[in-house]
Design a protein around this ligand. Sequence first.
Ligand code: UD1
Ligand code: MG
Length: 406
Amino acid sequence: MERLGSDRFGGLCVSIGTGIISFLITWYLIPELSNLFLSANLAGKDLNKRLNDYRVPEGVGVIAGAIYLVCLFCIIPFYVLHSKDDVSSTMLTNLSLFLSALLSICCMILLGFTDDVLNLRWRHKLVLPTIASLPILMVYYVTYGNTYIVMPFPIPQLLNVNVFDLGFLYYVYMGMLAVFCTNAINILAGVNGVECGQSIVIALSVLLNSLINLGSECWSEHMFALYLVCPFIGVSCAVLYYNWYPSRVFVGDTFCYFAGMTFAVLGILGHFSKTMLMFFIPQIFNFVLSVPQLFHLVPCPRHRLPRLHPTEDVLVMSTVKFKRSDVGSLGRLCLFILPKMGLTKMTVDEEEQITITNLTILNVILRVMGNTHERTLTIYLLFLQVACSGVAFLIRYQLVHLFYDE
Ligand code: UD1
Ligand code: MG
């Protein structure tokens, strides 16, 4: 504790304490409030259950989001006062960081809930996170304002350039990070527990990364991350308890956007956006694989989640069927390459109708591991997420020395 300093130790205790309290409140309130969602007709059909009228309250991410915000409001004094020995300008900087984070996350919860209620179009899903990220980008501009990237080996040796100023492009990158984080979680979804489970693994990775760096000279950014991530883990664990197979509640787009924006805020204001992106390896893979469907190079059905086997209690890869004439030249290129890479299974019938398995990581897991129970598929995905976080830590703390003089 002495090595860590009493202010950091105090901050750590407040963060963990808030995490526990936020877990307990969310855990208590979800069953109390979920009937309100059903009476407001905020419910979704669980597509992989046999009962036809199995409707589950949807959008309970808003309960988690609201409790998260309340907890963060309550700890503002602790966060600002942990820098009490510093000059008042540092306190003001810390306060503006915290308030802008709250504002962006709050905006995203509101927009996510709007999406759950009104079913927004995909173009809105791209524009809204960009707008919601503006407060943190402005605070980044007036506080750090650093838009330099350090060049990796061998560029400094070859070109004698150590740093490169990305300027305005750096803000474009950070805005895109917010769009990516929010949507990447939302499209790796549809199986009980998967949206929430992946978010918890990413959040635990952030927690570990910040704990590792709490003794370093950039401890202040990591203290900020701990204040934000511990309550997030608390509310998410409570949501997962009810969202685990068989789901009693659905998290909705509200939770996906809330989680994604929290990670974007942590990455940007905590100064570890590259490390954060490495915790998103499965989501990046899923996004890249989904590009042909997302950009309609090949047809994209409303739901791409794996489907229940007609007779057995296992999930099978979901498919989409279309005519060859529905696909342009880029789409045909994808249909040539992806089956060869084993990323989709394609069949063509005698009427030239093409059937492919949907381009998602969940289908790829089913392809590799075979048809499996819904709960087991979630567990496989979570194992993969943990393994990828392990790889991220390896790159961040070991392989990085090969490319940067740290
Ligand atoms: C995204 C995915 C879509 C996937 C959906 C599942 C893309 C482009 N979109 O769409 O392919 O099918 O998420 O969330 O990849 N549901 C379940 N079980 C669950 C969770 C959700 O059956 O464990 C179903 C319910 O009917 C629920 C619906 O999915 O009502 C929610 O879908 P929604 O979040 O509106 O879909 P999108 O985010 O638009
Ligand atoms: Mg969704």
